[in-house]
Each structure stands twice: as structure tokens, then as C-alpha cells.
Write a protein that binds this ligand. Structure first.
Ligand code: SF4
Length: 360
């Protein structure tokens, strides 16, 4: 719904959204739970990737109470490959808190939602707006791009000041439009039309009022400060194999990749990877191992750094494996590997191990 107080461009945007938006599963059932799960999955992740994960997740955990009753290991197993695993752990933790302390219903305001694990101010605003109709601006990367172009703002979009400025400009607009449709319209416009490299201005519902288009500034906006280059670390991991089983270690719950299973190993710190891997296995598990052969080499980029990962097949010589750094260790048979939650690179190494004749 729009009323007379909405500027013409906002009404045009909402009208465009209603006729042109993508049919996404969480839009078919915009229950608070579905909106919450989708918003968490969409953090740092493309819509195309999320669609399949969302369907599997909702199939297994159709309600908040089903999620709250689940084991976190199963949640992480379904999250495998989606990355940023703290999102899955926090989703589970928040579901348990809502079930235990809030009568099983998500709070409806952005401020109250932001008190739950894994929901910051952006996601709180998105859920409150899309699921409960709160009249609050949702300012993500798409929104920053669209409106710095639309209003011709030449300020660094990485700064909090620009976000606050846009939120202040958008708040009165939201008083005159349906906040659900308006906020989704801006996000959709940023994803489909006002794209970073080649926006389709000629099909844009905002073209008549867009300052960047009128002034020829589209290619110059948004302004971004320079991002520091991400450092690259050399990492060595060991597939320690004994009696047809491979040794896995579970990371502590807090911190990066917390709760996932992994192969023992770590940063090389200038040592050759085949030397570093023997040291790391001893430090982490107490086992003395011998390197048999190099299994594979992978590259992977995280948000703040990249890794060059060297994986070796090793055999134990002396000692018994114990969890000196992680929470737990286990010897895993090939048939059990599909049941443990691991990060993408670990899965790639395990797949290479299973494909090798060494591990049958
Ligand atoms: S006219 Fe072009 S630059 Fe302006 S909002 Fe639309 S797509 Fe973006």
C-alpha cells in the first residue's frame, strides 16, 4: 500500500517490485521463521546459492521448535558448503533461546531481534520489516549502491556516516509506503537492475529522478575506500590413516569454523609444508606421524585472508591420538564421513582421500 505522502519515485519502485520480483521460496511463505532463516543464509551469500540450502533446511527443520530441538551437529551438517558457520550455530542458539525464554515466538521489533545471537542491526531491521511490517529502513550493500547513485552521494559507503545518512533520508519515505514491499523492492532493484558494474538504467523505475543518471555519475558511484590486500597463509593438513580410518578433530564451539570437524594441521610459518604438518599433528593430537605422500593442494579465500592448503597422507608411528587443541578426536571410516560437518576445503581433501587407493 502507498499513500499520498509517498514520493512518486517510491510509489513507482513499489509498483515495479510487485510486477517484476523473483519468485523466491521465502517470499512464498513470509512467516517470521522463514524470513529469519533466509536472512541469515543470505548474509554474505548469493541468492542462487541460498535457494537449495533454504529448501533442505526448511524441509528438515520446518518450525522454530524443530530447530530448537535439533542437535547442533545436524544443523552444521546441513550448513556445510554455505560457509560462515557461526551463522548456523547462532541460528540454533537463538532458536533455543526463543523456545525457552520467549514462548517460541520471534520478537517483532528490530531492536528486540538484534538482542538474539547472530542478528545484528541490519538483519534485525530486515526481519522486523519483511516479517512484521515495521517501518524501518534496511540498509545493506545493495541499498547503499542504489541510493548513493539515486541521490548522487559522493561519500565512502564503508563509513557508518553514510549508512546513517541514508537511513535518515529513507525513514520519512517509509511512512508512506508498505515497508515490506519497499525494502524488498530496493534490494531487488540493487540485485537485478542497479547492479555494480553495468546497471540497466533504461529499464529502471527510478530513472526519472536518479541524480547519477541525470549527471552521468553512474560509473563513479558508489565511492569505496581501498580495501587492504588479503594476506595469504600456507597451511598444511594431515589425513592420518590407520586401519582404514582417518583421524578427525572437532574445533571448539567459539571462533572461526567452531564446532566443525577438521583434519589436524595448521599454518606452516615458513617451514616446508611436509615438515610443518608432522609438527602440527604432534602438537594437536600427541601423535607422531610419517608423511607417506602429498594428496592434493588447494587455494581458498576467507573474508580477511587466503590460504594455500597442502594436504598429506600420513601414517601414525607412535602415540595415541587425543584432543590437545580441539574438543574431541575420532577415527572415521569412509562410510561415516558423510555424517560429519566439515568446512568446504576439508570436504575437498576428504573426497580426494576417498578417491585415492590408500583409503578403502
Ligand atoms: S537509473 Fe541507473 S543508476 Fe539510477 S537507480 Fe536506476 S539503475 Fe541505478
Amino acid at each position: 500500500m502507498t499513500d499520498d505522502t509517498a514520493p512518486a519515485w517510491a510509489a513507482a519502485l513499489v509498483s515495479w517490485y510487485r510486477s517484476s520480483h523473483r519468485d523466491l521460496p521465502w517470499r512464498r511463505d513470509p512467516s517470521p521463521y522463514a524470513v529469519w532463516v533466509s536472512e541469515i543464509m543470505l548474509q554474505q551469500t548469493r541468492v542462487d546459492t541460498v535457494v537449495g540450502y533454504f529448501a533442505r533446511f526448511m524441509d528438515r527443520f520446518p518450525t522454530l521448535s524443530a530447530l530448537a530441538e535439533a542437535d547442533v551437529g545436524e544443523v552444521l551438517r546441513l550448513w556445510e558448503g554455505l560457509g560462515y558457520y557461526a551463522r548456523g550455530r547462532n541460528l540454533h542458539k537463538a532458536a533455543r533461546r526463543v523456545a525457552a525464554e520467549l514462548g517460541g515466538s520471534l520478537p517483532s521489533s528490530a531492536a528486540a531481534l538484534a538482542e538474539l545471537p547472530g542478528i545484528g542491526s541490519y538483519t534485525g531491521a530486515a526481519i522486523a520489516s519483511l516479517a512484521f511490517g515495521e517501518r524501518i529502513p534496511v540498509v545493506d550493500g545493495n541499498v547503499l549502491r542504489v541510493f548513493t547513485r539515486f541521490w548522487g552521494i559522493f561519500a565512502d559507503v564503508r563509513t557508518l556516516q553514510v549508512k546513517a545518512d541514508l537511513a535518515a533520508r529513507l525513514s520519512p519515505v517509509l511512512a508512506g509506503v508498505d515497508p515490506r514491499d519497499f525494502n524488498q523492492a530496493v534490494m531487488e532493484l540493487g540485485a537485478l537492475v542497479c547492479s555494480p558494474k553495468s546497471p540497466s538504467c533504461l529499464t529502471c523505475p527510478l530513472i526519472a529522478s536518479c541524480r547519477a543518471y541525470a549527471c552521468g555519475w553512474v560509473a563513479e558511484l558508489p565511492v569505496r575506500g581501498r580495501r587492504a590486500a588479503r594476506p595469504c597463509h600456507e597451511v598444511a593438513v594431515a589425513a592420518v590413516v590407520r586401519s582404514g580410518r582417518v583421524l578427525l578433530s572437532r574445533r571448539p564451539d567459539g571462533g572461526m569454523l567452531g564446532g566443525l570437524w577438521e583434519l589436524p594441521g595448521g599454518k606452516c610459518h615458513g617451514r616446508s609444508p611436509s615438515v610443518a604438518v608432522v609438527d602440527k599433528v604432534r602438537e594437536e593430537t600427541g601423535l607422531v606421524v610419517t608423511v607417506r605422500f602429498k594428496l592434493c593442494q588447494l587455494a581458498h579465500a576467507y573474508t580477511h585472508f587466503r590460504i594455500a592448503l597442502h594436504a598429506f597422507v600420513c601414517e601414525p608411528e607412535t602415540g595415541e591420538a587425543s584432543a590437545l587443541r580441539g574438543d574431541e578426536v575420532r577415527w572415521c571410516a569412509p562410510a561415516e564421513l558423510g555424517t560429519v560437518a566439515v568446512a568446504r576445503t576439508t570436504r575437498q581433501v576428504l573426497d580426494a582421500l576417498v578417491a585415492s587407493r590408500w583409503f578403502r
